[in-house]
Design a protein around this ligand. Structure first.
Ligand code: MN
Length: 233
């Protein structure tokens, strides 16, 4: 059998740095949780669904490591920041209970779920999928991963500054769905594997960005992130 070669090269997802390790964390999938802070759900005119969390996804190749400049994306006039805690999965999890769920956590990082809000609102209105508003190039930013042995989600402060001004602020214990609840629920629908990331939703204060804006995101106890918005792509 002849060896098959690729016709061309394609973008690959970056490796995420891990505190204290030489190796990087490879990315399999990016899951994102919607409306996980009541105050943020309210600011977008939504109510929180306490029956079950819901999800959308982003392409792994749309993820960038913090410390860079990302282009203001095409097709939007309302490009928003969403600061989030990110869970990095490091062991298989399928139909796990909330008690078992934490065994699958490799670590945690600070991330940004970048959103074309005008396109999201248009899709919501027509009851169409959100992909065009959430899954695009450079639509997710992440910082180095802190191993789970060194961080336990509790009531840590999560915040985002834009050009030095506080825009978003909350605490992890305000999340509607806890970390084990999200993993347990998602594991009913997917065979979670090492390399999966879960963006856990954003606190209130989301807002529009302009080229040149400098974002500084933090979760108390994790490595903070910085990113600059570049000119329109
Ligand atoms: Mn989000």
């Amino acid at each position: 059998m002849s060896k098959i070669r690729p016709l061309f090269s394609i973008p690959t997802a970056p490796l995420i740095p891990v505190l204290g390790l030489q190796e990087g964390f490879p990315i399999h999938r990016i899951f994102c949780v919607g409306r996980n802070y009541a105050a943020h759900a309210a600011e977008l005119g939504n109510t929180v669904d306490r029956v079950a969390p819901f999800y959308f996804t982003k392409p792994p190749t749309g993820l960038v490591i913090e410390g860079c400049t990302i282009a203001y994306p095409p097709g939007t006039e309302d490009y928003h920041h969403e600061i989030e805690l990110v869970i990095a999965i490091g062991a298989p999890a399928f139909r796990v209970s909330t008690e078992e769920a934490m065994k699958s956590v490799f670590g945690y990082a600070v991330g940004l779920d970048m959103t074309r809000r005008d396109l999201q609102n248009a899709m919501k209105e027509k009851q169409r999928p959100w992909d065009i508003s959430k899954a695009f190039e450079e639509s997710a930013v992440i910082g180095p991963i802190t191993p789970a042995s060194e961080f336990a989600p509790d009531a840590q402060r999560i915040s985002l500054l834009v050009n030095g001004s506080l825009r978003q602020e909350g605490h992890l214990n305000e999340m509607v769905w806890t970390v084990p609840e999200m993993i347990s629920h998602l594991s009913r629908y997917y065979h979670l594997t090492p390399g999966d990331l879960i963006f856990t939703g954003t606190p209130s204060g989301v807002g529009a960005l302009q080229p040149g804006d400098r974002l500084a995101g933090a979760v108390e106890g994790l490595t903070p992130i910085v990113v600059t918005i570049g000119p329109a792509a």
